[in-house]
Structures are given as structure tokens and as C-alpha cells.
Design a protein around this ligand. Structure first.
Ligand SMILES: NC(=O)c1ccc[n+]([C@@H]2O[C@H](COP(=O)([O-])OP(=O)(O)OC[C@H]3O[C@@H](n4cnc5c(N)ncnc54)[C@H](OP(=O)(O)O)[C@@H]3O)[C@@H](O)[C@H]2O)c1
Length: 295
């Protein structure tokens, strides 16, 4: 049986949809019972968290675990606690670990990337069988820019002319579903990207074309980006991390394009134009529930 952690999130939720389509035997881990009642495919669920992992007899029921935690300061500590709970249960399931592009490169000093590197070192020492999914930046992060695009026709990305190979979270979920349900993926690392790498300027042009309006691009100075991120409610650790990430993009770190999405899923990686079209309402209308503006 498969255990999906992070089941209510941007990747976990479409992963449950894909696993339901594949008629897989799947259980979600949720922190709050109410969230378990509304999962795709009426998935079974257990209540647990990385802070307080489920007991040994519960963990022993799963032969595959999709391991996803949020990009917060305690991320490495939380995932390591969960891995140690598995090992203490005398259990050795196959882990499909959500990481991030760059995690294998010790030269990448972005804190969100470093956390995954630390977890990967712990997994390597554990000897568990692991498959890594290492996505580039999600296209879905553009939703945080939708408010400013609607109101002011501007895209602010503090990354100069640096390009990023934005990938749809739904493509990451499709890859995860294949890795969890088909043989041959143990000890593999998949770097998951969109079909091309785009700069902020190029992204603004695509947005203009899809929505038939002029959307400009501004390379936000770091000080202004910091002020806006703090004002959006993000904590200091997350803000510093977002600026490190932007710098990494500026230096070309996120521009790698791979064919791993089409090779694993059998369908092309989502084009930015198609993703924008699917999310048209967020960019053109005034839905009541949008994430706070970030850039
Ligand atoms: N953002 C990007 O562009 C990007 C790119 C590449 C890789 N990544 C990686 O992707 C991961 C985040 O994926 P995502 O965007 O799908 O996540 P997400 O939408 O932020 O969802 C986080 C999930 O983790 C659960 N969660 C939070 N705290 C938990 C805890 N203490 N114990 C157990 N579960 C907990 C949440 O459950 P609740 O519903 O209870 O809150 C939710 O299901 C991170 O590891 C990040 O490094 C992100």
C-alpha cells in the first residue's frame, strides 16, 4: 500500500487524483481529520504529522511512501524524524522523496535546496531504497503574481534576465504517480522541468499573448523585493530563502531543461501558455481566495 504525505498540497492533491485514476491502493496522511474527508477518489487516510509520526504498527502497513513536507525552516528536522520513525519500526519501504532541482549539487547554497540535501544524506546513510523527484520552480508559484498582473499589468520577478524551467505541479504529481505504481524507478533521480526555460521578460510576453493585454516586466531590486515579501506576511527565514532563490535564478541555476516529465509520464510537459489558459480566472477575474501577492 502507498502512503502519500503532503496529501492536501499542490502536488499531493493531484497525486491522489492520479493514483485514484490508476486504481492504486493508497492512504493519505493528513494533520487534521476534516481534511481527510474531502480527498480525491475518497482516499483512505490516517491522521499524523512529521512532528508526531504515526506509531510503528501503522507505518509498517506501507511498502511505498511519498515523502513531501513544506519548505520551512524545520523541514530537514521534520523529515528526518519521520525517516527515523520508519527505521525504528524496523520498516524499510521504498521512498519517493520530493526534493528540488539542484539538491545534489553541494555548490547550491539556497536554503530550500540545502534542506533537501541534508535529508538526502540521511536517507543515503539509512540504506533505504529511494527515488528522488527534483522539480524546477512550479508554474503554480505564478499565482502569487496574479493580483498585480490583474491590477497593474506588471510582472515583478527579481531575477534579471535569469531563466527558469517552470514546471506544472500537476506534471510533478503525474511523475510521482508513475514512479509509485510502475517498476524500475528505484534509486533514480528525476529532474522535472517544463519544456523550456523562460526569463521574467519572456514570461511577461507569454502572459500578454495568452490574455491579450500588455503585461510588462520589472526586475525588482532586492531591497524592494525583501520589503514586499515581508509585507506579504512571509517570515524572515522564508524571505531570505526567496531572495537566495531569486539570485540563483539570476545566475542561471534554474535554467536546466530535461525530458524527464515526458519520458516518465508519456505526455509532454505542460507549456506555460496552456497552464495560463487553465488558470485564466486567477489572472482575469477577481476570485475571493488568492494567495497574497509576493512579486
Ligand atoms: N514551490 C516550488 O516552486 C517548489 C519547487 C520544487 C520543489 N519544491 C518542494 O516541494 C515541496 C512542497 O510541495 P507543495 O508545494 O506541494 O507543498 P504545499 O502545497 O505547501 O503543501 C504542503 C503539504 O505538507 C503538509 N504539511 C505541512 N506541515 C506538515 C507537518 N508538520 N507534518 C505533516 N504534513 C505537513 C500540508 O498539510 P496541511 O494541509 O495540513 O497544511 C500540505 O499537505 C517542498 O519540499 C519544496 O521544497 C517546491
Amino acid at each position: 500500500m502507498i502512503l502519500v504525505t503532503g496529501a492536501t498540497g499542490r502536488v499531493g492533491y493531484p497525486l491522489l487524483e492520479a493514483l485514484a485514476d490508476a486504481s492504486a491502493d493508497v492512504t493519505a496522511m493528513v494533520r487534521v481529520p476534516a481534511k481527510g474527508d474531502d480527498l480525491p477518489g475518497a482516499a483512505k487516510y490516517i491522521v499524523g504529522s512529521f512532528d508526531d509520526p504515526p506509531p510503528a504498527d501503522v507505518l509498517q502497513a506501507f511498502d511505498q511512501i511519498f515523502l513531501l513536507s513544506p519548505a520551512i525552516e524545520e523541514q530537514a528536522e521534520l523529515e528526518i524524524r519521520f525517516i527515523d520513525a520508519l527505521l525504528a519500526a524496523g520498516h524499510r519501504p521504498h521512498i519517493v522523496k520530493m526534493a528540488v532541482d539542484g539538491f545534489q549539487d553541494p555548490g547550491v547554497e539556497v536554503r530550500f535546496v540545502r534542506s533537501h540535501r541534508e535529508i538526502a544524506a540521511h536517507l543515503a546513510a539509512s540504506g533505504l531504497a529511494v527515488s528522488y523527484l527534483a522539480p524546477s520552480i512550479y508554474l503554480d508559484t505564478l499565482l502569487a503574481a496574479a493580483g498585480r498582473i490583474r491590477r497593474a499589468g506588471m510582472l515583478y520577478v527579481p531575477s534579471g534576465s535569469g531563466r527558469a524551467a517552470y514546471v506544472a505541479a500537476s506534471d510533478v504529481a503525474d511523475v510521482a504517480a508513475r514512479v509509485l505504481t510502475a517498476p524500475g524507478h528505484d534509486d533514480r533521480t528525476y529532474v522535472l522541468t517544463g519544456p523550456e526555460a523562460l526569463s521574467g521578460q519572456q514570461l511577461a510576453r507569454r502572459i500578454s499573448t495568452v490574455f491579450g493585454r500588455d503585461v510588462g516586466y520589472t526586475d525588482l531590486p532586492a531591497a524592494q523585493a525583501r520589503a514586499e515579501l515581508l509585507a506579504s506576511g512571509l517570515g524572515q527565514w522564508e524571505v531570505d530563502g526567496a531572495l537566495e532563490l531569486s539570485d540563483w535564478v539570476r545566475q542561471g541555476g534554474a535554467a536546466t531543461v530535461t525530458a524527464d516529465v515526458p519520458e516518465v509520464t508519456g505526455h509532454p510537459a505542460t507549456r506555460v501558455e496552456d497552464w495560463l489558459d487553465d488558470n485564466r480566472a486567477a489572472f482575469l477575474d477577481f476570485p475571493p481566495e488568492l494567495p497574497p501577492d509576493v512579486f
